[in-house]
Design a protein around this ligand. Structure first.
Ligand code: AMP
Ligand code: ZN
Length: 137
């Protein structure tokens, strides 16, 4: 646990939050500033800054849990779909530097979120991008 981390404190029960689910590895809470009704956050109990630090054994449990929560939201809240959003780094909009996965219920005619305007990329640029990333894998 990291002393000054609010999500460490919440996930380990030191600060109260609205809990949807808990097991040995995770705590799932309602987001305080929900994008839509039911917006939840999956928090590992251990501190990892972002997905690059996340242990693979913990990472392997995140998607099954997100699916379980989303499925329960569809049944319990009547949402029609849900988005999984996971920000890594301040440039990507991460404001709390403890890994978390957003599970955001979506309703028909609800607000448009998690969207971008499609851009363009030249053949040459795409080739360079592929080379640059592949070299680091
Ligand atoms: P991110 O921008 O991906 O780092 O998301 C951080 C999220 O945490 C935001 O959606 C906040 O509304 C939410 N948040 C921050 N503090 C709390 C808290 N104490 N309890 C619940 N949600 C929180
Ligand atoms: Zn933490």
């Amino acid at each position: 646990m990291k002393e000054d981390c609010i999500f460490c404190k919440i996930a380990n029960g030191l600060i109260p939050a609205r809990k949807l689910y808990e097991d040995d590895d995770f705590c799932v809470i309602l987001d305080l500033g929900p994008a839509t009704k039911g917006h939840a956050l999956i928090l590992p109990k251990e501190h990892y800054r972002d997905i690059c630090e996340l242990e693979e054994t913990v990472a392997a449990k995140v998607l099954p849990l997100a699916g379980k929560i989303g499925k329960a939201m569809k049944k319990g809240l009547g949402c029609h779909g849900f988005n999984l959003v996971q920000n890594n780094g301040e440039a990507a909009g991460q404001t709390v530097l403890h890994f978390h996965m957003h599970v955001i219920p979506r309703y028909e005619n609800g607000p448009r979120i998690v969207a971008w305007e499609p851009g363009t990329v030249s053949e040459k640029e795409a080739e360079k991008i592929v080379e640059a990333v592949r070299a680091e894998l």
